[in-house]
Ligand binder design. Structure first.
Ligand code: DC
Length: 231
């Protein structure tokens, strides 16, 4: 059977990665979390003092981009690929609220996007890929066979993110998490380069009131229909 490209876009904490991972496992496809790539680049900027609460040395940082290598390596136990920044596993470090608070600024830089999008397009050359992010169906793979746009209310999403961070043992409060979700929605949707928008041909799924199982059934139906249409 022909393999396809599945693009999953949407606001932060809409559960894109959960459904993308489920789909990839089910179909035997590769899963790529593009948010992890922007987060890893942001972590580098933080570690090297290009960005903090008081400044963002954008031009210096852009000059430094050639020293940043992002890769994924499959973890058999976790059954997904973890992200590596210059050969070290940063999968955990990139999920903190601190990284979340800077990532939208870094992701708005055209040079950063250019480099990561090129790498993402290469990963999808052979198809058989599920990729999630903000611009996958609009910029990275405008010809993807199936495009899904996920939404949920800001409150639902902040609650999910809060539970996740608390579950990891992070010391965060709900108001900060909600503010971060709303700020990122705003920056991601209003940046000049590749803003977050629903592709015209994307299927929208609001999962505010769906269980993980219901959501998966819905998405799997879309995949089956797409594959049947191609036969
Ligand atoms: O999916 P996430 O929350 O891990 O993504 C982190 C940030 O990266 C998000 O706020 C916006 C940015 N991003 C992007 O601009 N383009 C993508 N394809 C993926 C993420």
């Amino acid at each position: 059977m022909n393999k396809i490209v599945i693009a999953i876009d949407g606001f932060s904490s809409t559960g894109k990665s959960t459904v993308a991972k489920q789909l990839a496992r089910d179909l035997g496809y590769v899963y790529v979390d593009t948010g992890a790539m922007y987060r890893a680049v942001t972590l580098y900027a933080m570690q090297n003092n290009f960005i903090n609460k008081d400044h963002f040395k954008v031009n210096d940082f852009v000059m430094e981009l050639h020293n940043i290598t992002i890769n994924f390596k499959y973890n058999k136990d976790l059954e997904f690929s973890e992200v590596y920044l210059n050969n070290s596993n940063v999968e955990k470090e990139i999920r903190t609220l601190e990284v979340s608070s800077f990532v939208s600024q870094v992701a708005a830089i055209p040079e950063v996007r250019y480099q990561l999008v090129k790498q993402q397009q290469k990963m999808g050359e052979e198809k058989g890929i599920v990729m999630d992010g903000r611009d996958i169906g609009t910029v990275v793979f405008p010809d993807a066979e199936l495009k899904i746009f996920m939404t949920a209310s800001a409150d639902t999403r902040a609650k999910r993110r809060f539970d996740e961070l608390i579950g990891r043992g992070d010391d965060v409060n709900y108001e900060d998490v909600l503010r971060n979700v709303q700020e990122r929605d705003y920056i991601d949707s209003n940046r000049a380069d590749s803003p977050l928008v629903k592709a015209e041909d994307a299927v929208e799924i609001d999962n505010s009131h769906l269980t993980l199982e219901e959501q998966f059934i819905k998405v799997k139906q879309l995949v089956t229909m797409t594959l049947e249409d191609r036969e």
